[in-house]
Structures are given as structure tokens and as C-alpha cells.
Design a protein around this ligand. Structure first.
Ligand SMILES: [Zn+2]
Length: 686
């Protein structure tokens, strides 16, 4: 069964990571690779003028020497760290399986990992784990049965047709409410079903072939499977057409629809939502938020115009697709050929142990994370990060104070919001209790399913309760960070608080250019085009004067237009530019984060010249450190997918886009007007 992020509640992250599960060759045993240097003078390409192409200057030699490995679709210094963590986690999981005195946590994660690594048992079971699931679907006789099956699938962490999960009330964040939303498609974005360019048409053809192959693997004749694949595409295209696009959904107001259960049930009667809510394992509730009511109204007709048999075919596909990574080699390989190779340009599967470590992290991440924190992250890690966070919060206060376009009325509110931000560093205060999850060392598919069902139950329990602000949305080993608008908190898992982001031995300039910018980035999310719509308490509430809002929009539009002109990929299928509106929040956060971290650094080291290190001044080291975080190579396929789905810009533009707007950068490297890294029309929001 596919492990996945079950609840897409709004998180503004630093990156969207590449992470897939599939299977392959047995692990080649190798030890933990070297620590990644926080500042790598050997990454620099000195033949390039930093004022012409700073990214190429900071990363050129690294990029030349580090092509995308065959089992990856993107490879950067960021990914190197994530990969490094996998080795540490593997050691923990391997030791957890050895005999001797082991804690309950170790026994559990060890057994889960062992079940994933045990390919021969998985082969022996064949399609057995899938059998009862497909039989249930085949037994559906009425639309009521169909809705009950949707409820069953949702209880078991298998999302089909639409999405249901808890989220803080958008107008009273102290309470968590039920949230119903669009969903049910398999390809990564609705555009894949709708757009008519050559590449989209090709993708749909490849998808049809893939779905057919998977039906065949689960026992259907080729001619039957071919018809089934067409049916799946038709059903999913209907769901995609009813869905709001990714950019429109960035506006929280577009997702803000408080309704009673009776209202939404009446608006889309064919969904039998009253029956669904009674059956899906959630507590009883009378009102909820509906992210996209039009989706339910539009699909409502399809539920009766399309034959029930077609809907059953769709559910069988969703189930097969869900289970595929936990089944035999044949399923895993077909899953990889489409999702990894065709969609992302990955040439080979990752070694199985890496996929099993990632699977353990997704299913039991707060248990594995505790063992990871015990081994890698001391109390001093929390302390030193907190000091940097405070320095950057002070910088933001100064930055807001210095703004000439914002009135004192709005500034006062901005300070309030800034003061209310909660900092979460390293790991949660309380560890999750998984003691009710049954984990067996010879039942991988079952383990994934039970861990998934446990997480669904844990989430559903939050409905109509006070919001749990202590619950983390990422596991501690994760190399990422996030801001939650409804919680007004910034969160830094232990996994990111190490080189290349932070080096204990490194100078302040390097650390502020690394993790300092990450902190500034997350902080800025509270004040980007989405975040600014929430107040200090995390409620959707407009605290801006009309004039200040207009000034903000003008500046944000400058950034959106600037990034829309950047080319992400140019290949035989043509040139694709970034979507400046989809990436607006992240680009604002990158520009703001860079500025705030630089201000904080200056307040600590002052402007007095100090001896250069490696031939670079502290100011230059700061910008090089930032640039080198994003050194990366990426396949054309992955780059194309990300333009449609990833709100973050690719590494090149995270760096060049931000520095060409930065006067401090231009000063540090002596860049002159007219050079490419000096934007003629520099955009600045914060
Ligand atoms: Zn972000």
C-alpha cells in the first residue's frame, strides 16, 4: 500500500521533496557518507562572473561534478543531506532488529522495516493482500454500497473520489473542524487531464497504458483491462474538470465555505454525505468547511449519469494503485516505470533499503524520529537555533519599521502578529503513542494499512475539539521546514539543522546564509500573499488598511511578473516558464528570508572589515552559503512536473531571482547597473 501524506492541510514549506516508494535490488551495504560541507569552496566556478550568473558561480563546479544519479530525478546539496539522513536512519533500524534489550519503539520500527525488506515473503503473498479489497468493490450493488465503500477506503487511508480531513476553523483557529474538499485524481495535477498540448496528450496516452498494465497484473485480460483504463481516465477527467486549479486555491478565501452538514448534503444529494459521515469513522458533527462546494455540485451529476460499473472500475484502480508499492516486484516495477521513469525521468529505482527507510518514516515517523533525535540532536541544538530565530525576528521588526509604504496602523498589527509567532525547533514536546498499531515483521502491506488507519483515526479525533497546536506536521528527520498560517507557528525539524544548513564550526556568515535564510523564509510566509490574510491568532481576518493592501499587491505583482519571465526547462518539447503566481508566496519568502537573515548577520558582526576566509568577506560568504544550499541538477521531466505542481522555484531562480533584487548582494560582489544580477526593476515586498 502506498504511504502518503494523508492530510493536505495548508503548510507553507521550504521545499516539496521528491519521495516515492517502489522496490528494487537488494541493498548494497555501505557506510554513512561523509558529512556535507556547510561551505564548499570547491563547488564554485571561478571562471564565471558572479555579477553575470551568481548561481553558476556558486554552484557551477558542483553541478558539473554531481549529475543526477540514475536512481534520482533531482540531485542537489539539499537532497544530499536528506540522503545522508537515510543512512543514519538505516543504522537505527538495523540495530533495532538485533536481539538484546530493545525498547517497544525500537521493536516496532524494526519489525516494520524488516517487513518492507522481506521481499521473498512479499513475492510469496502475490496479490493476496489485494484480493479482499477488490472483492469488496466487486460486491457493490447500489450507490449506497458505493458511498459506504468510499467511507471504508477513507477510514483505511486510501483517498478516493474526494478528500476529508480536519483543519483549524478558518475564523476561529482555536477550534478544529471537519473539512471536505475536492480530490480523487491520480495524476499529480488537474492540468494533466485538461490541457491539450502535445506533452499532456502524450502523458494521458502513457497513463492509459500504465493503468491497463496494472489491471492486467491484478488478473484482468488485456482487452478488458484496456476498456477499464479508458473508463478510469474518463472518471478522473470528470473529477479534474470539477476541481479548482492550484493557483486559484492559493487564496484562502477561495477555500472558505462554512456549511452545515444538511446544506452540503442537499447541495450534492448523490454523494449521500450523511451516510458517508456516519460511516467514515469520524465523530458526529453538524457543521464543517467545504473547500470547493462547486466540485461536489458538479460531480453530483456524474454520479448518476455515469454507470455504477464505471465507478466500481475507478475504485478498483485506486485500490490497485494504492497497494502497488507494497506488492510484488511486477507491480512495483510497473509503478516505477510510469511514476518514476516516465513522469520524473528517474532511470532506476532507489535501492530497496532507502525506500523502506522512507516508508518507515512515513508510517511511523514520530517513533523513528524519537530514536533519530536521541542519536543526533542534543539540547544545545535547540538552544543555538532559538538564538538565530530571535535575531531574525528582531530583524523583521526593524524591517517592518523601516517600510515607507505601510501605515502605522497596519504596522502595529504586523508587530502583533510577529510577536505571536510560536517557534518549534527540532522535535515535538510529546512523542506520539503508537502502541495500538499492530506491526508484524511478515506483513508489509498490512503494516502500511494499519499505520495508515491509525493516523486517520488520530486525525479524525481532532474534529470539533480545541486545536492541537503541539502536533507536528513533519517528522524530526525531515530535511524541510514549514509555517502554518492557522497556527502562526514556524517549525524546524532536527533533520534540517545540520550541514549544509548549519555547521557548528562555521562562521556566522555561513550559518546565517544557510539556516538563517530558512528561518527568515518561514517567518516571511506569515506575511506573504497567503499568510498576510491571517491574523496573529491564525484567523482569516483582514488586518490591513485598504491603501496598505493595495501597496502590498503592487509589490507582489512585481515579484509575480519577474518570476514568470524565468525559464525552468527548455527541451525538445519546447520551453516552459515558471508560473509567477503559483510560486509567489515562496519567492516572496526567499527574497524576504535573504534580506532578514542578512540584517540579522549585520547586527551581530557589524560592518567593520574582518579578514576574509577562503578569500571571501563575510558578506560574500553569506550569499555563497545561500546559493550553495540550492546547488542542484534536475531531469527535464521532473522540472516540467514541478512547473505545474511545485509552488517553489527551481534552485537557479531561488538564487538568481533573489540576489538580483538584493542591493546588499550587489554591494558584496561589486556588481554594477546593467549587469544581469542587478535587476533594472528590483522587486521587493519585505
Ligand atoms: Zn516556503
Amino acid at each position: 500500500m502506498r504511504t502518503r501524506i494523508l492530510f493536505p492541510s495548508l503548510l507553507l514549506m521550504l521545499v516539496v521533496s521528491v519521495s516515492r516508494i517502489g522496490f528494487a535490488q537488494p541493498a548494497a551495504s555501505s557506510s554513512i557518507p561523509r558529512e556535507i560541507p556547510a561551505f564548499d569552496v570547491n563547488a564554485i566556478d571561478k571562471s564565471i562572473d558572479p555579477c553575470v550568473d551568481f548561481y553558476q558561480y556558486a554552484c557551477g563546479t558542483w553541478m558539473k561534478n554531481n549529475p543526477v544519479p540514475p536512481d534520482k530525478s533531482r540531485w542537489g546539496r539539499f537532497d544530499e543531506l536528506a540522503d545522508h539522513n537515510l543512512y543514519i536512519l538505516r543504522d537505527i533500524l538495523t540495530e533495532a532488529q538485533t536481539s538484546g534489550k530493545r525498547s517497544a519503539t525500537e521493536t516496532m520500527v524494526g519489525a516494520y522495516y524488516a517487513s518492507c525488506m522481506d521481499e521473498s515473503t512479499i513475492e510469496k503473498k502475490g496479490t493476496t493482500p489485494l484480493g479482499p479489497e477488490l472483492e469488496r468493490i466487486n460486491g457493490i450493488k447500489t450507490r449506497e454500497d458505493f458511498i459506504r465503500e468510499i467511507a471504508y477506503l477513507h477510514r483505511n487511508a486510501s483517498p478516493a473520489l474526494f478528500a476529508f480531513y480536519p483543519q483549524p476553523d478558518m475564523h476561529d483557529s482555536t477550534e478544529t473542524v471537519a473539512n471536505l474538499d475536492q480530490g480523487g485524481i491520480t495524476l499529480p495535477d488537474r492540468d494533466y487531464y485538461i490541457k491539450d498540448d502535445a506533452k499532456s496528450v502524450e502523458t494521458r496516452q502513457k497513463y492509459l497504458e500504465h493503468v491497463q498494465k496494472m489491471f492486467e497484473l491484478s488478473g484482468d485480460k488485456p482487452e478488458v483491462a484496456a476498456v477499464e483504463a479508458k473508463t478510469v481516465l474518463t472518471v478522473e477527467t470528470g473529477l479534474a474538470q470539477a476541481a479548482m486549479d492550484r493557483t486559484a486555491r492559493r487564496d484562502p478565501k477561495a477555500r472558505d465555505h462554512k456549511m452545515t452538514v444538511a446544506e452540503i448534503a442537499a447541495a450534492a444529494p448523490n454523494f449521500d454525505l450523511t451516510l458517508y459521515f456516519a460511516d467514515n469513522g469520524s465523530p458526529k458533527f453538524t457543521s464543517l468547511n467545504v473547500g470547493n462546494p462547486d466540485f461536489f455540485k458538479q460531480v453530483n451529476d456524474q454520479l448518476t449519469t455515469m454507470p455504477l460499473e464505471d465507478w466500481k472500475t475507478y475504485l478498483r484502480w485506486r485500490t490497485i494503485n494504492d497497494y502497488a508499492p507494497g506488492l510484488t516486484k511486477a507491480f512495483v516495477e510497473e509503478d516505477f516505470l510510469f511514476n518514476g521513469k516516465y513522469m520524473s525521468g528517474q532511470q532506476e529505482m532507489e535501492p530497496r533499503w532507502k525506500r523502506c527507510v522512507k516508508s518507515t518514516d512515513r508510517s511511523l515517523g514520530m517513533a523513528l524520529g524519537k530514536l533519530y533525535v536521541d542519536r543526533t540532536f542534543g539540547a544545545e541544538g535547540k538552544e543555538r537555533t532559538l538564538k538565530m530565530v530571535q535575531a531574525i525576528e528582531t530583524a523583521m521588526r526593524q524591517d517592518v519599521g523601516n517600510l515607507t509604504w505601510m501605515s502605522d496602523t497596519t504596522k502595529k498589527k504586523a508587530y502583533e502578529k510577529l510577536d505571536a509567532i510560536v517557534n518549534n525547533i527540532g522535535y515535538p514536546d510529546q512523542w506520539r503513542d503508537y502502541s495500538t498499531v499492530i506491526i508484524k515483521s511478515d506483513d508489509y502491506a498490512g503494516n502500511v494499512e494499519r499505520a495508515g488507519a491509525f493516523e486517520v483515526q488520530r486525525q479524525f479525533k481532532k474534529i470539533d475539539k480545541p486545536t492541537d497546536r503541539k502536533d507536528w506536521s513533519m517528522t524530526p528527520p525531515t530535511v524541510n521546514a514549514y509555517y502554518r498560517p492557522s497556527m502562526n507557528d514556524i517549525n524546524f525539524p532536527a533533520g534540517i539543522l545540520q550541514p549544509p544548513f548549519y555547521g557548528k564550526q562555521m562562521d556566522d556568515a555561513v550559518n546565517f546564509g544557510g539556516v538563517g535564510v530558512v528561518i527568515g523564509h518561514e517567518l516571511t510566509h506569515g506575511f506573504d500573499d497567503q499568510g498576510r490574510k491571517y491574523d496573529a491568532e491564525g484567523n482569516l481576518h483582514d488586518w490591513w488598511t485598504a491603501d496598505d493592501a493595495k501597496e502590498f499587491e503592487q509589490r507582489a505583482t512585481c515579484t509575480a511578473n519577474e518570476y514568470s519571465s524565468f525559464v525552468s526547462v527548455k527541451d525538445d518539447k519546447g520551453e516552459v516558464k515558471l508560473n509567477g503566481r503559483l510560486t509567489l508566496g515562496e519567492n516572496t519568502a526567499d527574497n524576504g528570508g535573504l534580506k532578514l537573515a542578512y540584517m540579522a548577520l549585520t547586527s551581530i558582526i557589524g560592518n567593520t572589515p574582518v579578514k576574509p576566509i577562503d578569500g571571501y568577506t563575510p558578506q560574500q560568504r553569506f550569499f555563497l552559503s545561500y546559493g550553495q544550499i540550492w546547488c542542484q541538477n534536475v531531469t527535464d521531466q521532473e522540472a516540467r512536473k514541478r512547473v505545474l505542481t511545485d509552488p517553489h522555484s527551481p534552485g537557479r531562480w531561488r538564487v538568481n531571482g533573489a540576489v538580483q533584487n538584493s542591493a546588499a548582494f550587489q554591494q558584496a560582489f561589486g556588481c554594477k547597473a546593467g549587469q544581469p544580477m542587478v535587476s533594472e526593476n528590483a522587486c521587493r515586498v519585505w
